[in-house]
Design a protein around this ligand. Structure first.
Ligand SMILES: N[C@@H](CCC(=O)N[C@@H](CS)C(=O)NCC(=O)O)C(=O)O
Length: 208
C-alpha cells in the first residue's frame, strides 16, 4: 500500500488515524497549494483531484478519507476506532457523520468563501461566509450542550474516528481564525484533550 496525501483537513484524518494505530505506509507527499492534485498523473488516481488517496496492493486507488480509514481498520483492527459492539459502531457512525456534516462542512465553507486561494473551487460569496461564521458558533454551542455530561470524547469515554473528524474540524477552525468562545467550556475541554494527543500534534500541517 502507498498513501498519496497532503496537508489538508481530510488528509489529516487519515494521518491521525494511522498515528493512533501505529500504521506506517510509504507516502507520496502531494502539495495542494502547488497544484499537484490537478496534474494529469494525480487525476488518474482520483478524478476528483483530491487527497487522501490510498493505493492498494492490487493497484486500485481508494479515495474518501473515511473509506480509507475503514479499510485500514479492517487490516489493522487494534485499537478499534470505529467501535467493536453493534452499539459502539452505530453511535460512532452517528457521531462521525454529525462531526463531518454539522461541523467540518460549515467550518470548511467559511474558508472556501473567504480565502482568495479557493476562488477556483467555488463562486465566493462573502455574505454566505459571514452567515456560516454565525452558524458555526451556533453549532459549537449545540456541541457544548451535548458534551455537558462531562464525557472526555465525542462518544462516551472512548476515543474514536468521530474525535478525529472533530480534530480535523478544529484544524480548519484554526486556519480560518474561528475561535471557540471561552464560555463553551465543554467544547474547550474536549478540544484540549484531543489537541494534546500525539496523533494530533504529529498530523498538523508542516507547510502550506
Ligand atoms: N470527501 C473527501 C474530500 C477530500 C477533499 O476535500 N480533499 C481536499 C483537501 S481537504 C483536497 O484534496 N483538495 C484539493 C483541491 O481542492 O485541489 C474525503 O473525505 O476524502
Amino acid at each position: 500500500m502507498k498513501l498519496h496525501n497532503g496537508t489538508s483537513p481530510n488528509g489529516m484524518r487519515v494521518t491521525m488515524f494511522m498515528q493512533e494505530k501505529g500504521i506506517e505506509l510509504p507516502l507520496n507527499d502531494i502539495s495542494i497549494m502547488h497544484g499537484d492534485t490537478k496534474k494529469t498523473e494525480f487525476l488518474a488516481r482520483n478524478s476528483l483531484g483530491q487527497v487522501p488517496v490510498l493505493e492498494l496492493d492490487d493497484g486500485r486507488y481508494l479515495t474518501e478519507s473515511i473509506a480509507i480509514c475503514r479499510y485500514l481498520e479492517s487490516k489493522y483492527p487494534g485499537p478499534a476506532l470505529f467501535g467493536e459492539s453493534a452499539e459502539e459502531q452505530a453511535f460512532i457512525e452517528m457521531w462521525n457523520r454529525r462531526m463531518e456534516l454539522w461541523l467540518m462542512t460549515t467550518f470548511g465553507s467559511i474558508g472556501e468563501h473567504e480565502i482568495p486561494y479557493f476562488q477556483y473551487r467555488v463562486e465566493q460569496n462573502s455574505a454566505f461566509a459571514a452567515a456560516q461564521r454565525k452558524e458555526a458558533i451556533k453549532r459549537l454551542t449545540w456541541l457544548d450542550n451535548e458534551l455537558s455530561d462531562g464525557r472526555d470524547f465525542i462518544v462516551d469515554n472512548q476515543f474514536s474516528v468521530a474525535d478525529i473528524t472533530g480534530a480535523a474540524s478544529l484544524m480548519i477552525a484554526q486556519f480560518v481564525k474561528l475561535a471557540i468562545p471561552d464560555d463553551l467550556e465543554n467544547v474547550q475541554r474536549w478540544a484540549k484533550t484531543v489537541m494534546s494527543r500525539n496523533s494530533f500534534q504529529a498530523s498538523l500541517p508542516k507547510r502550506q
